[in-house]
Write a protein that binds this ligand. Structure first.
Ligand SMILES: Nc1ncnc2c1ncn2[C@@H]1O[C@H](COP(=O)(O)OS(=O)(=O)O)[C@@H](OP(=O)(O)O)[C@H]1O
Ligand SMILES: [Mg+2]
Ligand SMILES: [Mg+2]
Ligand SMILES: [Mg+2]
Length: 444
């Protein structure tokens, strides 16, 4: 118990083996799901400290109160950890030599063995834990390409990748399948993610690999899982396999410029670490864990610490992030905006929702995205990141200052011009005003 109080003070917390906190009831969310209890079928031993929930005092000790969605968050963090490990393995084998594992979609965007494999894995685990009849999932990928007659090799790769990942489930505190899944099971798991969302009920939202372009280039990408209830994002989990836990970010920043100057990107696997960041709505806290690797030393239970947005509110000291691809956001518009607001630093162009993670971790202060006219933003590209920034103390709105609306199906309907995420209100206000001042002239 003393250990709990002490670790709390340092803003670090560690989850202990079940025997340590077994028997403590009040104030703890201790889940001991067992195989003979029926669903949920996963076997979890979960302290709320693993999932970052608000604290309360019990008998003089600071402890964590169970959050409303602690079961869901526990499973979500674990399965995202598994997915990150899966992606790291695929990325290592992919970069430079495996074009067969990358396909083009109708809009020319890439999709890989990792995208399908993560979707199948997450769908399978959520169904096992919460019952396939009781859950709804919206996710980016479908089975069209995979089901084609000439895709047998691709499907085999997905089946092998998923089974390899699920075999490691116990390392993450989850139960894997009794026997390896076949291609039908895998196709079923992928195509089950066909919910249409909307304003009522509960559904999961998954971007199995966000920033697939970054992924295939050996760069940044994210696994993003959120839970939406009655149109509101209530849980967000972001796995960032190439985003180090500590301040190597600056190092990355330098690498980025090396990349931009046409030098080779970092070798796959050379990022060393990676993290999973997560939050539950209304807790006012976002948490970060190091990645667990298939073959690494770390196993569940894992440690976590609180992350918070930066306190910088001087534009001259602030860093702004934006998409790497010009096609995805108007770089010339944001350059003008940055100039008028007084942002002095070079934009940090990073693939994927790692941009949201950078704001939540306090490594950057602003994220702006202005997609070309007519592009409709999808909820899976934003849901997890938006909640994590908000709970870490930041603000996310459209350029009109309104919250993003996740209640209208798979698209963020009614989005006013673009997305602005900031570490605080002062920067947010300045950016919004500057967008208003410059929008009309820029659109001419
Ligand atoms: N034309 C266009 N305009 C705006 N946005 C688009 C566009 N095309 C794709 N996307 C979506 O952007 C997701 C990647 O966003 P990023 O911010 O990471 O962009 S970038 O890759 O850094 O350029 C990317 O997510 P993934 O497909 O999961 O990689 C897409 O959903
Ligand atoms: Mg995406
Ligand atoms: Mg994706
Ligand atoms: Mg995609």
């Amino acid at each position: 118990m003393l250990l709990y109080s002490a670790t709390r003070l340092t803003h670090y917390h560690f989850s202990f083996p079940p025997r340590f906190y077994g028997g403590v009831t009040d104030g703890f969310c201790l889940l001991r799901w067992s195989e003979n209890v029926g669903t949920p079928k996963a076997s979890l031993n979960l302290s709320p400290r693993e999932v970052g929930l608000p604290s309360k005092t019990h008998q003089g000790c600071t402890m964590e109160a169970p959050g409303r969605y602690s079961e869901e968050l526990g499973v979500a963090v674990r399965v995202v950890q598994m997915a990150c490990s899966l992606c790291q393995r695929v990325q290592e084998g992919l970069v430079g030599n495996n074009a067969e594992q990358v396909k083009s979609k109708e809009d020319d965007s890439p999709v890989t063995v990792a995208d399908w494999s993560v979707q199948a894995t997450v769908s399978w685990v959520l169904s096992e834990c919460f019952g396939s009849e009781s859950i709804a999932i919206i996710a980016e990928e479908d089975v069209q390409t995979l089901s084609q007659a000439d895709s047998a090799g691709l499907l085999d790769s997905v089946v092998n990748t998923v089974n390899e990942c699920l075999a490691q489930a116990p390392k993450f505190g989850l139960r894997g399948p009794v026997k390896a899944l076949g291609s039908c099971d895998i196709l079923k798991a992928i195509s089950r993610c066909n919910s249409s969302g909307g304003p009522k009920g509960r559904y999961w939202v998954l971007d199995p690999v966000d920033g697939t372009l970054g992924f295939v280039r050996g760069d940044q990408y994210a696994v993003a899982l959120a839970l939406i209830e009655d149109g509101e994002v209530v849980l967000g989990v972001l796995g960032c396999p190439n985003y180090p836990m500590k301040k190597e970010w600056l190092d990355y920043h330098h690498r980025y410029y090396r990349i931009m100057s046409n030098l080779s990107p970092p070798a796959p696997g050379s990022w060393h670490k990676g993290c999973v960041i997560y939050a539950e709505k209304g807790t006012g806290e976002a948490w970060m864990q190091p990645l667990i690797h298939y073959q690494g030393r770390l196993e569940w239970p894992n440690s976590a610490r609180v992350v918070q947005v930066s306190s910088v509110d001087d534009p001259a000291l602030a860093t702004f992030c934006e998409p790497v691809e010009k096609a995805n956001s108007r770089h010339s518009f944001t350059a003008g905006l940055a100039n008028s607001v007084g942002l002095r630093r070079q934009p940090l162009r990073v693939y994927s929702m790692v941009k949201y993670a950078a704001i939540a971790r306090g490594d950057a202060e602003i994220f702006m995205k202005f997609a070309r006219a007519g592009y409709r933003e999808k909820i899976w590209d934003h849901a997890a990141g938006v909640l994590i920034i908000q709970e870490a103390g930041g603000m996310v709105t459209d350029a009109g200052g309104r919250p993003l609306d996740f209640s209208k199906g798979i698209y963020l309907e009614g989005l006013d011009r673009g997305i602005i995420a900031c570490s605080g209100a002062i920067l947010h206000q300045k950016i919004l005003k500057s967008v208003d001042d410059s929008w009309d002239s820029s659109s001419l």
